[in-house]
Design a protein around this ligand. Structure first.
Ligand code: XMP
Length: 526
């Protein structure tokens, strides 16, 4: 399978480059921009052929010490190179050109005039000049091209926008073709990937399933594989994939109901997994254990730790009861973006350990040391995980489910968690979700939920004053949960939803809507 490698210098849009090229049907991988490329360029990974390299943008400047530098082997390996923004400036400076700061940063849509002559990415073929609106985000510009390069595109502001090497397959764009607002962006990437690198469309979900099948067969053989299920999209799709590839006899699934789940959640998880053919499905109902551990605990950090620690203890105890042989493998629903540290400048590929509660798990650590971890989704982006789930027959209601935190309702009941409060919140939250679905809003919102506040406020019921709990509704828009905006509800919807909640859940006296974005607020309240 053909592969394009992306050197990540820390741009916000590096991930988008990878996604866009995969949308074109070509496999991509992102690695740190300053990684040692000896092994990568030797191209020893079975089944993959490296066809070209893309150098991403960066928040840094090439002329500062912080500006990341790629392995110089990229300039002697003979593979096609495409530099985007900082990537272009990097290629320029590394090869004898010059880059200087602009008087004023250029950001957003800027018209560019591109003269094509058969070798320029974006327009191979006849000579012509085209003008389109490209998407820029740069504070530096090329002031002298590196020897061998010609300028084939210029911005209306007078800066080099496209440069091409006369002999080598090296290209540079000052703009960002990966951004959807960039006109001709997909065409530009497509002509680099297919026209220059000669890639064939070979990245399809079906092909990927076959690849996972081969690598699982080689790694796992006939040993049992245990997957811990949280009920979320990733672990459900991982279960479906393992069941399809290994068959139900080899796959063991374990799910712990902490009592902090949403209404009907455990039943839904069971039905989904059974429909997917699960045979060894171990569901543990541990509500009493979790609620008694949380008794009297008010502090958010203490609550989170209590839930996380107990989860690990219960999991270990149940595993012993399962009695799997020592050589069993642990599967995780880690996805591609979990492997890339976010917000850290250069995207170092850190192996993030994904557990239900995002805490270090001795089991995961031990299995990783033994080399007995399998992560069948670790090459997929979230939208690809969803696409795979659809192919594997998982219902849209499961695939499109909003994220749910590991500690569950435990962090949505502020202050002490009790069985009664869980019941109140569960009912209110279920009404909120049902209303969002019937109003056609659920899929427009990235995450929505209700939070039970630790205050009672006065109200009237008939002739008597009554103190009811205060409920906060939260609904946010986001693309990855790292930042979030408030979902702008039509007020009619909010008013009707609030009325239904207070009419149905009589312990709730008042409903508020959280209008805080992230940052400064977080998505969850605790
Ligand atoms: P915050 O509250 O940090 O949430 O803005 C970002 C996203 O992460 C989810 N979240 C968690 N997920 N374990 C999880 O698996 C946790 O402890 C946890 N805390 C928050 C949150 O729901 C949101 O989607």
């Amino acid at each position: 399978m053909d592969k394009i490698l992306i050197l990540d210098f820390g741009s916000q849009t590096t991930q988008l480059i990878g996604r866009r090229i995969r949308e074109l049907g070509v496999y991509t991988e992102i690695i740190p921009g300053d990684a040692d490329l000896a092994a990568v360029l030797a191209d020893t990974e079975a089944g993959y052929s490296l066809r070209g390299l893309i150098l991403s943008g960066s928040p840094e400047s090439v002329y500062t010490p912080a500006g990341p530098v790629p392995d110089r082997r990229i300039y002697s390996c003979g593979l096609p190179l495409l530099g985007i923004c900082y990537g272009l400036q990097r290629i320029t400076v590394d090869n004898g050109g010059e880059v200087k700061p602009l008087a004023k940063r250029e950001y957003g849509g800027v018209k560019v005039r591109v003269r094509s002559g058969g070798r320029s990415p974006g327009r191979p073929g006849k000579k012509k000049t085209e003008v389109f609106t490209a998407w820029m985000s740069h504070g530096d510009t090329l002031t002298k091209l590196a020897p061998g390069f010609v300028e084939t595109g210029t911005s209306e502001t007078g800066y080099p926008a496209v440069v091409v090497h006369r002999e080598k397959p090296w290209y540079g764009l000052q703009f960002h073709p990966e951004v959807t607002h960039c006109e001709r962006g997909m065409e530009t990437l497509s002509s680099f990937v297919f026209g220059i690198c000669g890639c064939k469309k070979s990245w399809t979900m079906e092909a990927h399933i076959e690849e996972v099948r081969a690598s699982l067969a080689a790694k796992v053989g006939s040993a049992p594989v245990l997957l811990l299920i949280s009920g979320g999209v990733d672990s459900t799709v991982a279960a479906a994939l393992l069941l399809k590839i290994l068959g139900p006899d080899q796959v063991y699934l374990m799910y712990i109901d902490t009592g902090l789940m949403r209404r009907g959640e455990t039943g839904q998880v069971k039905t989904t997994l059974e429909r997917l053919g699960a045979r060894h499905l171990h569901i543990l109902m541990a509500e009493d254990e979790f609620l008694s551990a949380l008794k009297g605990k008010q502090n958010p950090e203490e609550k989170r730790k209590t839930i996380g620690d107990l989860f690990i203890r219960v999991q270990e105890r149940e595993l012993k009861r399962l009695g799997l042989p020592e050589n069993y493998f642990l599967a995780q629903g880690t996805i591609y973006t979990d492997l890339i540290e976010s917000g850290q400048g250069i995207g170092k590929k850190a192996h993030v350990i994904k557990s239900h509660h995002n805490v270090g798990s001795p089991l995961v650590d031990a299995k990783r040391r033994e080399g007995r971890i399998v992560e069948p989704l670790d090459r997929l982006y979230k939208d690809e995980v969803r696409a795979l789930g659809r192919i594997l027959g998982i219902s849209p209601s499961v695939i499109n489910r909003h994220p749910f935190p590991g500690p569950g309702l435990g962090v949505r009941i502020l202050g002490e968690v009790t069985k009664e409060k869980c019941a109140i919140l569960r009912e209110a939250d279920a009404i909120f979700m049902e209303e969002l679905k019937t109003r056609g809003l659920y899929d427009k919102i990235w995450q929505a939920f209700a939070v039970l506040l630790p205050i009672r406020s006065v109200g009237v019921a008939g002739d008597i004053r009554k103190y009811g709990w205060v409920l906060a509704l939260r609904a946010i828009t986001s693309s990855d949960g790292m930042t979030a905006g408030v979902y702008p509800f039509p007020s009619k919807d909010l008013l009707e939803i609030s009325t239904r909640i207070t009419n149905t859940v009589t312990d709730i006296g008042r409903v508020t809507y959280d209008i805080s974005s992230k940052p400064p607020a977080t998505i969850e309240w605790e």
